[in-house]
Design a protein around this ligand. Structure first.
Ligand SMILES: [Zn+2]
Length: 268
């Protein structure tokens, strides 16, 4: 499915290992529009968003929404607010984080834009205040960093939480989604398959963590090395966060205990 005409993306010039080609900044609306995520405060980024909106026939950017408060999603929010006079919204749990917010939103809130409305879905996991925005008219989900165009989302404890993340993914399966517009990378045309693939991938990782524990490996470093055999040094840290997130989930599930920084399977 193609992107509906009232939605455009201006990708921020912040490419990188974690941001892929850069952060996608979506403009949603007709006469008046909402912008979802603003990565950079540079004039070039502001100009890019505004010119893209004008090219769609948008006369006013009247709201800015944030999927979450990581810097590559909110770093330019105050600058765009200043430049356009748009009202800046943030998830209730992050009130005051940026200063200068005009409104707060929470799960199930509906936020109108010119030509439709976005439903807020609080989807913690990648970040505890993370939200996706669902447009039921066109069955489009703005997924933030919960689901990416390719690769997998980073779960970085303690704020990142694997239990919450898996629940958030499961919940997204309940929605009728034709198209996912992610925070990074290309659009996802087969949402359900992608979400199920993400769930399967995490279950596979969890099983690998359990297998490593069973073999007697008991530190995050050793478990990570046994699972991620050929990752670059940069990705090694990310892999360790992921293993830690799985271990913390297994502790909550009462399948693993931690003692003196070492992890052990329970009932062994
Ligand atoms: Zn991001």
């Amino acid at each position: 499915m193609n992107q509906p005409a009232h939605i455009a993306n201006f990708t921020a010039d912040n490419p990188g290992m974690m941001t892929l080609q850069g952060t996608n900044q979506y403009i949603v609306g007709k006469d008046s529009a909402v912008v979802i995520d603003v990565a950079l405060s540079s004039d070039g980024n502001m100009d890019g968003i505004i010119e893209q909106a004008e090219a769609m026939g948008v006369k006013k950017i009247d709201k800015i929404l944030l999927t979450h408060i990581h810097i590559d999603h909110c770093g330019g929010a105050l600058a765009l607010k200043k430049r356009t006079g748009a009202k800046l919204g943030i998830h209730r749990s992050r009130a005051g984080y940026l200063g200068g917010e005009d409104f707060r939103y929470d799960d199930q809130d509906r936020i109108p834009f010119g030509g439709g409305e976005l439903q807020v879905l609080h989807t913690p996991g990648h970040e505890s205040g993370h939200c996706c925005f669902y447009e039921s008219g066109d069955r489009v989900l703005f997924s933030g960093d919960n689901i990416l165009g390719y690769g997998t989302a980073v779960i970085h404890p303690p704020d990142g939480n694997m239990t919450d993340y898996l629940q958030s993914l499961e919940r997204l399966l309940e929605f009728n989604i034709d198209l996912i517009l992610p925070g990074h990378g290309p659009l996802v045309g087969k949402p359900e398959a992608k979400i199920r693939e993400y769930l399967r991938h995490r279950m596979m990782r969890e099983k690998q963590v359990i297998d490593a524990l069973r073999k007697g490996l008991n530190t995050i470093g050793d478990i990570t090395q046994s699972i991620y055999v050929d990752v670059s040094a940069g990705l090694q840290r990310v892999a360790e966060f992921s293993v830690q997130a799985h271990l913390e989930k297994l502790i909550r599930d009462e399948r693993v205990k931690r003692e003196d920084g070492r992890y052990h399977l329970l009932g062994q």
